[in-house]
Design a protein around this ligand. Structure first.
Ligand code: ADP
Ligand code: MG
Length: 238
């Protein structure tokens, strides 16, 4: 972990849905190479927090700085063009892994991984495929490049989703309950890939109920309840 480099900084973040506060004055700092696990009961605002970090959800107010891109959201004030620009840059430096995988069903594992490389990064197909194969190998799926999602297990689909995120060379990866949709026997293969990423120095924010993963891999564990962070501690503390 590099305490000199702040990758994610959230200050006084607030968000309501239909006048119901879902995030209230959330503050969070994550340093380069740090793995932060967010625990908390269903409905406590974990997903809303993660989605706010890359503006999949627009917060009502607060400061968000991710990978050097800063956006200040003020109640009732529209984002400026410059801030929208910052959001675009911020998104290019982050990846998000969802509980539900979100793969393209009509694309093979390889095509799912290379899609962004070709359409966003404008790589030639050969180069994209070369990188795609390497990433599938990294997540243990070298043999599945030509398989379609319907022919993959949940654990394999989630590993393809992680490879797809890695393809864009993110500086930070957000995971939202990456193993919650999986049968217990398929969870370890995904957690192993995540553990390897953590070891390789990736900055990660992980919403999960996997306590063993939190204990073994997290540098810090955050507990949320009712839209607030109620504790922020080293994993040995619990
Ligand atoms: P968690 O991920 O911790 O389960 P969420 O962030 O998904 O919690 O949800 C927090 C609260 O916000 C819940 O009460 C949920 O019903 C509400 N909520 C989440 N998304 C929306 C939405 N798009 N519209 C209205 N309410 C929402
Ligand atoms: Mg959630």
């Amino acid at each position: 972990m590099n305490k000199a480099v702040l990758k994610v900084s959230v200050t006084s973040l607030a968000k309501s849905f239909d006048r119901q506060p879902v995030l209230r004055d959330v503050n969070l700092q994550v340093y380069a190479g740090e793995v932060v696990v967010i625990l908390g009961p269903s409905g406590s605002g974990k997903t809303t927090l993660l989605r706010s970090l890359n503006f999949l959800e627009q917060p009502d107010s607060g400061d968000i700085e991710v990978c050097g891109h800063h956006i200040r959201v003020q109640q009732g004030k529209a984002l400026s063009r410059a801030e929208k620009h910052e959001i675009t840059h911020l998104r290019q430096k982050t990846a998000m892994v969802f509980q539900s995988f979100n793969l393209f069903p009509h694309k093979s594992a390889l095509e799912n991984v290379t899609e962004g490389l070709i359409s966003v990064r404008k790589l030639h197909k050969d180069q994209a495929n070369q990188r795609g194969h390497a990433l599938l190998k990294q997540v243990g799926l070298a043999e599945k490049a030509d398989s379609y999602p319907a022919k993959l297990s949940g654990g394999q689909k989630q590993r393809v989703a992680i490879a797809r995120g890695l393809a864009m060379d993110p500086e930070v990866i957000f995971f939202d309950e990456p193993t919650s949709a999986l049968d217990p026997e398929l969870r370890d293969e995904v957690l192993t890939v995540m553990r390897d990423l953590a070891k390789a120095g990736m900055t990660m924010i992980v919403v999960t109920h996997e306590l063993r993963f939190a204990r073994e891999v997290a540098d810090r564990v955050i507990f949320m309840e009712g839209g607030v962070v109620i504790a922020n501690e080293e994993p040995e503390m619990y």
